[in-house]
Design a binder for this molecule. Structure first.
Ligand code: NAP
Length: 219
């Protein structure tokens, strides 16, 4: 599959490593330009590109930049993507440590809905509560006892299924956590955030989430 990854940090770097190892054709971008990605490209075989080019012909695009950087993504970066491109959003709102105040999110808009509005394309929320290192270390074959599960939220069933299939390839189970309006259930501060549980444990954690943002996760 052709996959564009925008953001080559903790999550984007490790997704590049695992997805290339699985045989996917990965184009990867950061903010400083492809010349700063030669080490990752040599290590993985991924193609380093400008952020404006990462989505070209891609069937899946992963947006994995700090939330505050989402509005800075190049205008129209998805224009050259394959028809029906699936966009994965790994983002989290860290108002105190990194992102500053984003009023709409403070007022209750789910974080991924905000990102979707910024980029003008539907997103599927996945990986946001997964430790980057776990993407490298904790994948297991289907059916392994205690296989770690990731919650996946999104409005388009086909897009969500495509993401669940890709996560299965990476070695993890998934739990359908509903549409994007429900995706607050997997935001920072919820029981599922950072959990390494299996399907049953993740489903239980999602059901126990509260919509209220705690002080720690407010500006
Ligand atoms: N770290 C984790 O374990 C983890 C887990 C789950 C979810 N997340 C979430 O996933 C997102 C990414 O996290 P991370 O830890 O991978 O971040 P990170 O290590 O700080 O890396 C961020 C990447 O985004 C790139 N970037 C920033 N602005 C950009 C722009 N305008 N255009 C293109 N690329 C841009 C950076 O490029 P430059 O270096 O060139 O600036 C860098 O490669 C965040 O929302 C985070 O909260 C993180």
């Amino acid at each position: 599959m052709k996959i564009g990854i925008i953001g080559a940090g903790n999550i984007g770097g490790n997704l590049t490593r695992r997805l290339t190892a699985l045989g996917h054709e990965v184009a990867v971008a950061n903010s400083r330009g492809p010349h700063t990605l030669t080490a990752l490209a040599e290590e993985t075989g991924a193609r380093p590109v400008l952020a404006s080019e990462a989505a070209r012909d891609a069937q899946v695009v992963v947006v994995t930049v700090p939330l505050k950087a989402v509005p800075d993504l190049p205008a129209g970066f998805l224009d050259g993507a394959a028809e029906g491109v699936v966009v994965i959003d790994t983002g989290n709102y860290y108002p105190q440590q990194r992102d500053g105040r984003i009023a709409a999110i403070e007022d209750g808009l789910p974080e991924s809905r905000w990102t979707e509005q910024q980029i003008g394309h539907p997103v599927v929320k996945a990986f946001n509560g997964t430790y980057a290192q776990d993407i490298l270390d904790r994948g297991r074959p289907q059916g392994s006892p205690g296989r770690q599960a990731l919650p996946v939220a999104g409005d388009d069933p086909a897009a969500k299924q495509a993401v669940r299939d890709l996560i299965d390839e990476l070695g993890f189970d998934t739990v359908d956590s509903g549409g994007l309006d429900e995706s607050w259930r997997q935001q920072p501060g919820t029981p599922v955030y950072g959990s390494r549980g299996d399907v049953d444990s993740i489903a239980k954690a999602l059901s126990e989430a509260s919509r209220e943002r705690t002080a720690e996760w407010r500006a």
